[in-house]
Design a protein around this ligand. Structure first.
Ligand code: PDD
Length: 278
């Protein structure tokens, strides 16, 4: 398996990330995950734009151009020969003796890797998955795609231990998002999702769904908060994300969503997504 450090090709088995990288010691950095379909990165521009936003919010200098970052993605695809997979990219504040405050002059460090991932839909995508409602225990800047994922990691594990594919997080009665995906419900033919704010990640897939897939399919989406009672009364529910694509949810907290089958609106949006990546 191969990767890149500051644009240079490496083998992932090489131990070359320094001890005092601030990503390693503080989670002081940001990341992106981009899908590769048929040898091309999907929605790469949108991922790179969000990466720059995350960097700005954390005051990490952007030392690579969009063209360079695009080139690194293409290089990984070419060198690995992987046509269907995912590229992981992270930028940390850099390497410096451990102290909480920002070091005076430090160069951000870019690391990237590519792994194969099947683009053939799995059982969860085809037949629907189970989700568990869990408390949202994360910080108040979930809009930044930061390396600090402990809340997400613990939430996903809780869901996994309950036999579920995803944990759907609830903050102050309102449903925010999955641990690595955005969350939607359908009620009376209207799609609902949490508004874009500091409490959720503005997913690239979510934006695509709201701005392109739903309007083209004649489906109305509202960005409004809703509580767990609303979820329990929903006709359909689904997740969106780079790796999740659009995954229907048929069971939430052990109870069927709607009639317990994949809903027609969910399926329509899912098929529109697949048509786009094909
Ligand atoms: N996760 N919300 C959270 C908390 C996420 O971590 C993700 C993505 C999303 C969906 O965003 P997008 O559509 O841009 O992938 C929403 C990535 C895939 C991950 O951590 O692996």
């Amino acid at each position: 398996p191969i990767g890149l450090i500051d644009g240079k090709l490496i083998d992932l088995s090489e131990n070359i990330v320094p001890m005092e990288d601030r990503g390693h010691q503080f989670g002081d950095g940001v990341y992106e995950v981009t899908r590769v379909y048929n040898g091309y990165c999907f929605a790469l521009k949108q991922h790179i734009d969000r990466l720059y936003r995350s960097l700005r919010e954390l005051k990490i200098p952007a030392v690579y151009t969009t063209e360079e970052l695009t080139g690194f993605h293409e290089l990984l695809i070419k060198e690995s020969g992987i046509t269907d997979g995912a590229v992981y990219l992270q930028i940390t504040r850099g390497v410096a003796p451990r102290a909480h405050g920002f070091p005076d002059s430090v160069v951000p460090r870019l690391t990237m890797s590519i792994r194969p991932m099947s683009s053939v839909p799995d059982k969860n995508k085809l037949e629907g998955a189970k989700a568990l409602l869990i408390p949202d225990e994360r910080w108040l800047r979930c809009d930044i795609k930061s390396l600090n994922l402990l809340g997400n990691v613990l939430g996903k594990q809780k869901a996994k231990e309950a036999g579920c594919f995803e944990g759907v997080q609830v903050r102050d009665e309102y449903v925010t998002e999955g641990t690595s995906s955005n969350f939607f419900v359908v009620k009376d033919d209207v799609v609902w999702t949490h508004p874009d704010c500091n409490l959720i990640l503005k997913g690239v897939t979510r934006t695509l769904l709201i701005e392109k897939l739903a309007p083209a399919a004649g489906v109305l989406v509202v960005e409004k908060k809703f509580n767990t009672a609303f979820v329990k009364a929903a006709d359909e529910a689904f997740l969106s994300g780079t790796t999740t694509e659009i995954t229907p949810l048929v069971i939430i907290d052990g109870k069927p969503v709607g009639n317990g089958a994949v809903g027609p609106i969910t399926r329509k949006l899912q098929e529109a997504y697949w048509a786009l990546i094909d």
